[in-house]
Design a protein. Structure first.
Length: 166
């Protein structure tokens, strides 16, 4: 015996009633199937919420010891890491001569609350990106913590310091 909330997905992306003829017992015509994740048309629209940077949070700092570069990434921003001067203006000058670093190798995003992630840029860096010895999968953000080491290829790395001003 099924219950009114027994629903299955039939492969079409629609949730369908798994009951045999339950809808026929309800007053009125049977309800049409609704696509999963489709918003309820009767629900009021949610207003967008702006997330402002927390004033107690400072920038994340990336120190590239091999090339003598220190890069600050402010909360609420994303910095490209690579040799392309238009896409990665903060690192292109120092990393330009290093052919083991891709033009658009990886990016570091710092959220308004100071949390940070590193992402290897799709379709992937030729020489790979590693976080503390773990190879990154292109397009997937990985959380950063204080003291993490991010490697761009085999020869260039940076140490991460997350900014907290308390």
């Amino acid at each position: 015996m099924s219950t009114p909330w027994d629903e299955v997905e039939d492969g079409s992306g629609y949730a369908v009633d798994a009951g045999d003829d339950y809808d026929e017992e309800l007053d009125g015509p049977p309800r049409p199937p609704r696509r999963r994740h489709e918003p309820d048309p009767a629900a009021p629209a949610a207003a967008p919420v702006a997330v402002l940077p927390d004033p107690s949070v400072g920038p994340a700092v990336l120190r590239f010891m091999e090339v003598g570069l220190t890069l600050s990434v402010a909360p609420g921003t994303v910095a490209g890491l690579g040799r392309d001067p238009e896409w990665a203006p903060g690192t292109a000058g120092a990393l330009g001569p290093h052919r083991t670093v891709s033009a658009r190798h990886a990016s570091v995003a710092v959220a308004a609350d100071g949390t940070a992630t590193v992402t290897e840029e799709p379709p992937g860096a030729v020489n790979g990106t590693r976080l503390n010895g773990t190879d990154l999968i292109a397009g997937r953000p990985y959380p950063l913590t204080d003291g993490d080491r991010v490697w761009l290829g085999a020869r260039i790395s940076c140490t991460v310091t997350l900014g907290r001003r308390c």
